[in-house]
Write a protein that binds this ligand. Structure first.
Ligand code: FAD
Length: 537
């Protein structure tokens, strides 16, 4: 199989032109092209008047070796890499113990899947409920302002990304093609096939719910065991080695191998780990607001006359601005055609985030507009970042009227430094509601100053970004974990053997795909350790 990269064709090219481009690139006759598949299809919208499609193709040709020889030195033709997944270890017939996976987000799901596929029959502990029940609880906060602290946007089967845009791209280095394994397993679990080849795949909320159920069935069929409403409240550590986990109901589960994939919002679990002496350190994260604009405005700004083209879908954006005060403001988790969601897991606090459906056809585009901060902004204690997040989230709750409404302000008023009293052309989507106010006190002064400077700068890239009626809601604080549960090269904690910190909560991932990939890496390290090959990890 040959891999052809960077085949560029106009957006509306006839289908036959792709075949023509392959033949012309390889300089072969039509009968010598046996078949081809699209490995990736992206677009280049840097010139709005001439948007192009950019293909990566895998082609099967007659006399492959000869064609390859002729193409030597051609940077965009080569042998297709083998992206199939290879298991690193299989369980022995009478494996004495079972591994435990804590947390059923993308990281825990993939750790459990790989362990199950390798015959290790993992026990999976999840503090929240199965995804259908969890969906109802999550909707209760959005519709009625009733929060269940153990079943919400952050906690429950599927993890934090279940009610999301389901974006699946990531900038991680992936030399072993683990991302491909993730996408392939998602497709087996009924994700749309196109996620295998479009350059910026997304799934959307409703499909994610079904996929999570399908993956649970697969893991169960391979001997995995799920325990919901099973919060881990303690670890048993003996002589620097994990020996078991304790559940909230007092039950002890004995194990020597624990994957800790608890996500960035498990603040009580972070405290427990710190109290038990597990090595943790503070790490940078970001804070800010969610911005909502008309999607049609973003589409026009990005795609010009091609706005609305079915192959392009709803437009996204990625913005960065380096401010005079030394801070950097950037767009985070942009959701085209989506809604802003209430994402708190703690009572008396307000947190924003974004989600969408597969169709991405809601009126507004939303994204976090956030400022990078570091432990120098919350000095003193490894867990100080959590206190800082809590303080901002509590302040947002009060500013929003103490009802789980989000405090909001029009962009024009925010830049001018006056409170908002009336909505304009943009209707915010956050539920249960938005309370208009002045957001100037919602974040530290340096962050407010930075965002005020960044919004007009972003307007130069997306015309209309600083429009008066665009709406900011807040606060956006759960951008990534405020701590790192540091691990060694063998993926085990710095000071507790058998404990494998993983995913976003441990500070080793940011997003669904990277968390899932980290789950695979850690599962491999667990598998190797369980068959006595720790040093291979
Ligand atoms: P999580 O998904 O957070 O999963 C951790 C799990 O551990 C949870 O289910 C939790 O209940 C459980 N848990 C915690 N403590 C315990 C305990 N003590 N005992 C038992 N179980 C416990 N990323 C993207 O890439 N694309 C997107 O479009 C996107 N949109 C998002 C939208 C929203 C609203 C949110 C909140 C996040 C979004 N993200 C998105 C981020 C993404 O969801 C996370 O990066 C990802 O889920 C992290 O995976 P994880 O498995 O490491 O942790």
């Amino acid at each position: 199989m040959l891999r052809l990269t960077n085949i560029i064709l106009p957006l509306d090219h006839p289908e036959a032109d792709l075949t023509g481009a392959i033949l012309s690139r390889l300089k072969i006759a039509p009968e010598d092209l046996l078949s081809f598949t699209i490995f990736r299809r992206g677009y280049d919208a840097r010139r709005r008047s001439a948007i192009t499609l950019v293909y990566t193709i895998d082609a099967q040709v007659r006399n492959e070796a000869e064609v390859l020889m002729r193409m030597q030195g051609q940077p965009h033709v080569g042998p297709s890499p083998d992206t199939s997944y290879k298991f690193v270890a299989q369980a022995q017939p009478a494996q004495p113990t079972r591994p435990v996976v804590i947390g059923l987000g993308p990281c825990g799901i993939f750790a459990a899947l790989i362990l199950a596929q390798s015959g290790f029959r993992p026990i999976i502990l999840e503090r929240g409920k199965v995804v259908r029940e969890r969906t109802k609880d999550t909707w209760d906060l959005w519709r009625k302002g009733e929060l269940d602290p153990e079943s919400n946007v952050q906690f429950g089967e599927g993890g934090a990304g279940t009610f999301s845009d389901g974006k699946l791209h990531s900038g991680i280095k992936d030399p072993k093609h683990y991302g491909r394994k993730v996408l392939t397993e998602f497709v087996k679990a009924h994700a749309p096939e196109e996620i295998l080849y479009v350059s910026k795949p997304h799934i959307g909320t409703f499909r994610l719910v079904k996929m999570v159920e399908a993956m649970r069935d697969t893991i169960e069929s391979l001997g995995g065991e799920f325990r919901f409403k099973s919060k881990v409240t303690d670890l048993e550590i003996d002589g620097g080695q994990v020996r078991g986990v304790m559940l909230e109901n007092g039950e002890r589960i004995a194990t020597d191998h624990v994957v800790l994939a608890v996500g960035h919002s498990a603040r009580d679990t972070f405290q427990m780990l710190y109290d038990r002496g597990v090595y943790v350190e503070a790490k940078p994260f970001s804070i800010g607001f969610r911005a909502e604009h008309p999607q049609s405005m973003v589409d026009r700004a990005r795609f010009g006359r091609f706005a609305g083209h079915p192959l392009l879908g709803a437009a996204d954006y990625k913005l960065v601005h380096h401010c005079r005060n030394g801070r950097t403001v950037y767009s985070f988790c942009m959701c085209p055609g989506g809604t802003v969601v209430a994402a708190t897991s703690e009572a008396g606090r307000v947190v924003t985030n974004g989600m969408s459906q597969y169709s991405r056809n809601e009126r507004n585009a939303n994204s976090g507009i956030v400022v990078g901060i570091s432990p120098a902004d919350y000095p003193g204690h490894p867990l100080a970042g959590i206190d800082f997040q809590r303080e901002l989230e509590s302040r947002a709750y009060v500013l929003g009227g103490s009802t789980y409404d989000a405090p909001g302000q029009l962009v024009g008023d925010f830049i001018a430094g006056r409170p908002s009293t009336e909505l304009g052309a943009v209707q915010p989507s956050y539920k249960p509601g938005v309370h208009l106010t002045d957001l100037a006190t919602a974040l530290p002064d340096y962050a407010i100053e930075a965002i005020r400077e960044a919004l007009p700068a972003f307007d130069k890239q997306i015309k209309g970004f600083a429009m008066h009626d665009a709406v900011l809601t807040g606060v956006e604080t759960r951008t990534s974990s405020p701590i790192r549960i540091k691990r060694q090269d063998n993926y085990q904690s710095m000071n507790v053997k058998g404990l494998f910190p993983a995913g976003e909560g441990a500070g080793y991932a940011g997003g669904i795909l990277s968390a899932a990939v980290d789950g695979i890496r850690v599962a491999e390290a667990v598998a190797l350790s369980m068959v006595g090959r720790d040093n291979d990890a």
